[in-house]
Write a protein that binds this ligand. Structure first.
Ligand SMILES: [Zn+2]
Length: 221
């Protein structure tokens, strides 16, 4: 457990030993030695500074708890996919029914965060696979999508990560992923285009062939 001493340094609560800020470890890696509690404490303190710099009154009833709320939201919700402990366990079942056509899970909610601006990416993911002899519980597909959404992301990487995780879980290359999403950084700032969406796709194995790809696309329309 970490706390901040009177000099503004991060120290371990138990022995008061100085702990240097670990921001480098936090960037792009999940091998941080900070636990969730420590991350929330650090983020809350830094978000408070941002609010103060913006000229907000932290004594205001409505704003007082905002740094803690934002910290909790980042660590426990929006960015919980940075913690490998939160990766969904996948159980596979035998494909007893000998179902050999493609299975499509469509309109999976995508709620992610643009890593360039830290504002939402909102859209839908459509995913398909051919069984290699095993099948997956349907809701697990949604959980895999959500796990990778809960990180600062770019849509291209999100698409590849979901495809990779599905291939690994389903033990097959026959996987397709399409994501259609609106980026609030495009809608609410810059060019302020509220109508455009971004589409990314990944086709591998059987889905690289014309016919299965066309069938998949016709189902998700
Ligand atoms: Zn952006």
């Amino acid at each position: 457990m970490f706390t901040i001493n009177s000099n503004g340094n991060y120290v371990e609560e138990t022995n008061g030993k100085f702990v240097p800020p670990l921001f480098n470890e936090l960037l792009g890696t999940n091998d941080s030695t900070l636990d969730d509690e420590a991350k929330m404490l650090l983020i809350s303190n830094h978000f408070k500074q941002i609010m103060l710099i913006l000229g907000l009154d932290l004594n205001d009833d409505s704003l007082k708890a905002t740094p803690d709320r934002v910290a909790k939201m980042y660590v426990k919700e929006l960015f919980s996919g940075l913690n490998a402990d939160n990766k969904p366990d996948v159980t596979l079942f035998e494909n007893k029914y000998r179902y050999n056509e493609m299975l499509i899970e469509k309109n999976i909610t995508v709620y992610s965060c643009c890593e360039h601006h830290f504002v939402p990416i909102i859209g839908k993911a459509h995913v398909a696979y051919f069984s290699s002899g095993k099948v997956i519980g349907l809701s697990k597909i949604n959980r895999i999508v959500q796990y990778y959404c809960k990180r600062p992301q770019v849509q291209e990487r999100l698409t590849e990560q979901i495809a990779g995780a599905l291939k690994e879980a389903l033990q097959t290359e026959d996987v397709a992923v399409v994501i259609d999403a609106a980026h609030l950084c495009v809608a609410s700032r810059g060019v302020s285009d509220v109508n455009s969406t971004t589409i990314t796709s990944h086709y591998s194995g059987k889905f690289r062939k014309e016919e299965p790809k066309r069938e998949f696309i016709s189902f998700i329309k």
